[in-house]
Ligand binder design. Structure first.
Ligand SMILES: NC(=O)c1ccc[n+]([C@@H]2O[C@H](COP(=O)([O-])OP(=O)(O)OC[C@H]3O[C@@H](n4cnc5c(N)ncnc54)[C@H](O)[C@@H]3O)[C@@H](O)[C@H]2O)c1
Length: 420
């Protein structure tokens, strides 16, 4: 059972955890809703590592944990779950600035000291990929519940080991599978579940955009993404996402064939220095899905998109088709399918975009990372199910690894069941 709200005495905390005087560990007065209403507040301490990075800061701190706090905590079954993070990283001054900006009380450069704190039940990791494996193992050994970015490791052996450690320790565990919680993909899931598409025949995914490589367009992604020795590469980065999408939308993936390459041999790093790229920046893959459907996936950081979104998935079935981006999903039924006739001598007679119907929003959109965070917090505090665990995430690392084997060996590779 977690320490009740307010029981963490600041004076008994390790001196290695610094406190920002302006912020509060408790729910600010204006957000408290327990005046006479009998609502119980459950404080939950979260060690947040890697929050100075792009994902840690934008998605996990700003749009998830700070946003939940801004809204007065997470209301769940008569409880208010109040996340109380300690921000962890290497640079004390940047952590102090983040703490000030987001009204967080605690920050530290000493992960070990944080893991030793009993008052913090969850360890979260959004560090660059190579550092995750070791950090998760330490957190599990310290008895923390763990939640983290993907990929959870760089090899499937390591990913399965981490997932096995978490299972053995009996802790709550999970990894980010954000695409499942995007409005467009949630609607696509609903369309598939309701059987609108009939038997699914094929899936086409286009993912990517131009990631600038020169001094003129500052790169939108960290340079380690383009160095294999630093955990980079589009296959390792993106195929984890494709795996959970295939598993959760279509019931699984049987085999893969792929060409992946490094189109651009040089890029410019954060310090403006040219460096040699060593990781794949584009992958062109074919998959055989469970049930026999064929999926084609293009993933590229070297493409100039002319499409509705940076990620687009189209699914064609016997009874209908669906196309989804991050926000929207459109469908076309078999009975409303226009009759195209191929005639290269005439301009197109029918607009292919006519005859598609938008799946409406049924609920207000919530940031996908926040949605999954809320489910994880409910899992830890209330014991709600959380199927997006480290074992599920290990399957993503497995797919990336086997895809790279398919690339190296220029052949189809089967995807076996994972042992955890
Ligand atoms: N879910 C998604 O859609 C998504 C998207 C992009 C990245 N990611 C994943 O998120 C993770 C972070 O990616 P990012 O783009 O934010 O990277 P980033 O480079 O912006 O951030 C990396 C973080 O790790 C920390 N770090 C790096 N080296 C360290 C070291 N030696 N010691 C201590 N800390 C160190 C940095 O200080 C920073 O806080 C990666 O694993 C990546 O695969 C997920």
């Amino acid at each position: 059972m977690m320490a009740p709200f307010g029981s963490g005495d600041p004076h008994t905390s390790s001196t290695r955890i610094l406190r920002h005087p302006g912020a509060t560990a408790g729910i600010p007065k204006e957000h408290r809703n327990d005046k006479g209403a009998g609502t119980t507040t459950e404080r939950i301490g979260i060690i947040m590592n890697g929050v100075t990075g792009r994902m840690g800061r934008n998605q996990h701190l700003a749009r998830s944990i700070a946003a939940i706090r801004h809204d007065g905590g997470l209301r769940a079954d008569g409880l208010v779950i109040w996340p109380d993070p300690v921000l962890v990283g290497r640079d004390q001054e940047r952590l102090r600035q983040l703490a000030t900006e987001y009204g967080i009380e605690r920050y530290s450069t000493d992960l070990e000291a944080c893991l030793a704190e009993e008052q913090d039940a969850i360890y979260f990791d959004a560090q660059s990929t190579l550092r995750r494996e070791q950090a998760l193992a330490s957190a599990i050994a310290a008895g923390k519940h763990v939640y983290c970015e993907k990929p959870i490791a760089t090899t499937s052996a390591a990913a399965l080991e981490i997932a096995g450690l978490a299972q053995k320790a009996g802790i709550c565990n999970g990894a980010v599978e954000d695409k499942l919680f995007l409005p467009g993909l949630l609607k696509l899931h609903e369309v598939i579940k309701r059987g609108f598409l009939g038997r699914i025949l094929s899936v086409r995914v286009e993912f990517g955009y131009w990631v600038f490589e020169d001094e003129v367009g500052a790169s939108q992604r960290p340079s380690w993404n383009y160095r294999q020795e630093d955990g980079g590469g589009i296959v390792l980065d993106m195929f984890c996402h494709f795996r959970y999408l295939f598993d959760h939308l279509f019931g699984g993936v049987r085999s893969v064939a792929c060409m992946a390459t490094t189109h651009l041999p040089e890029r410019v790093d954060e310090q403006g220095r040219r460096y040699k790229t060593t990781a794949d920046d584009a992958a062109y893959a074919l998959f055989e899905l469970e049930g026999g459907a064929i999926a084609q996936v293009n993933a590229s950081w070297v493409v100039r998109p002319y499409r509705d979104d940076l990620f687009v998935i189209q699914v064609d079935g016997t009874d209908g088709s669906a196309t989804a981006g991050l926000q929207r999903c459109l469908v076309q039924a078999a009975v409303t399918t226009p009759r195209f006739v191929w005639n290269p001598d005439l301009p197109l007679q029918l607009d292919p975009r006519i005859g598609w119907t938008e799946v409406p929003d049924r609920e207000p959109a919530v940031n996908a990372f926040r949605r999954q965070w809320e489910l994880f917090l409910r899992h830890v505090v209330l014991g709600d199910p959380f199927p997006w665990d480290l074992a599920d995430s290990a399957r993503g690392v497995q797919l990336a690894e086997l895809t790279l084997a398919a690339v190296a060996e220029r052949r189809w590779v089967a995807i076996p069941e994972t042992p955890v």
